[in-house]
Design a protein around this ligand. Structure first.
Ligand SMILES: [Zn+2]
Length: 159
C-alpha cells in the first residue's frame, strides 16, 4: 500500500510505501509516523557517521592520554624527544578534530539549506580538552548554531 505522509523531521510531504505483508501484520500508521524523506534520512546517516568518527577519535585521545598543547612562548618549544613526541601527538589529534568538526559544521548548514559553516577553532580545542564530553560539546554547538541561525533570519526579516 502507498500512503501520503509528512517527513517527521522537515514536514515535507512524502509517499510512504508499506509492504503489504507488514500492513497485514500490524498498524501501518505507526510506520508512517517514523517516516523521513530521503534528504533527511541521508543527513541523519551523515550526522551519525561523523559523530561515530568523533567518538572514536575521542576514545583514542583518552586511551593515549593526549592533552592539549599549552601555548608555547618563543624559546619554549618542546625540547626532549619525549616532549616533542607529546607535542606532535597533540597537534595530530587536534588536526583530526578540526577536520571532523568542520564536516559536522557543514552538515549543520546543509541541514538548514544554509551556505557556508558556523565554526571556529574553539570547537575542536574544547573536544581535545574534554574528550569525555564530546557529546555535550556537540549539543552546545547546536545551540550556538541555532542562535546564529535565528539572528540571521531576524536580520533578513528586518533588512
Ligand atoms: Zn525531511
Amino acid at each position: 500500500m502507498k500512503q501520503a505522509a509528512n517527513c517527521k523531521m522537515c514536514a515535507r510531504p512524502i509517499v510512504v510505501e508499506i509492504d503489504d505483508d507488514y500492513a497485514k501484520l500490524g498498524d501501518p500508521f505507526r510506520l508512517i509516523k517514523l517516516a523521513t524523506c530521503d534528504r533527511c534520512y541521508d543527513l541523519r546517516i551523515r550526522r551519525q557517521n561523523i559523530e561515530d568518527a568523533i567518538y572514536r577519535a575521542c576514545l583514542g585521545i583518552i586511551q593515549a592520554g593526549i592533552k592539549p598543547n599549552k601555548p608555547t612562548k618563543p624559546g619554549e618549544e618542546p625540547k626532549t624527544p619525549a616532549e616533542k613526541a607529546r607535542f606532535k601527538e597533540s597537534e595530530d589529534a587536534l588536526k583530526v578534530l578540526v577536520t571532523l568538526t568542520q564536516a559536522y559544521a557543514l552538515l549543520a548548514s546543509d541541514w538548514c539549506n544554509r551556505s557556508g559553516m558556523i565554526w571556529d577553532e574553539a570547537l575542536p580545542a574544547a573536544i581535545l580538552e574534554k574528550p569525555k564530553f564530546w557529546r555535550v560539546i556537540l549539543e552546545d554547538y547546536w545551540k550556538t548554531f541555532n542562535r546564529v541561525r535565528r539572528e540571521e533570519q531576524q536580520e533578513m526579516a528586518t533588512a
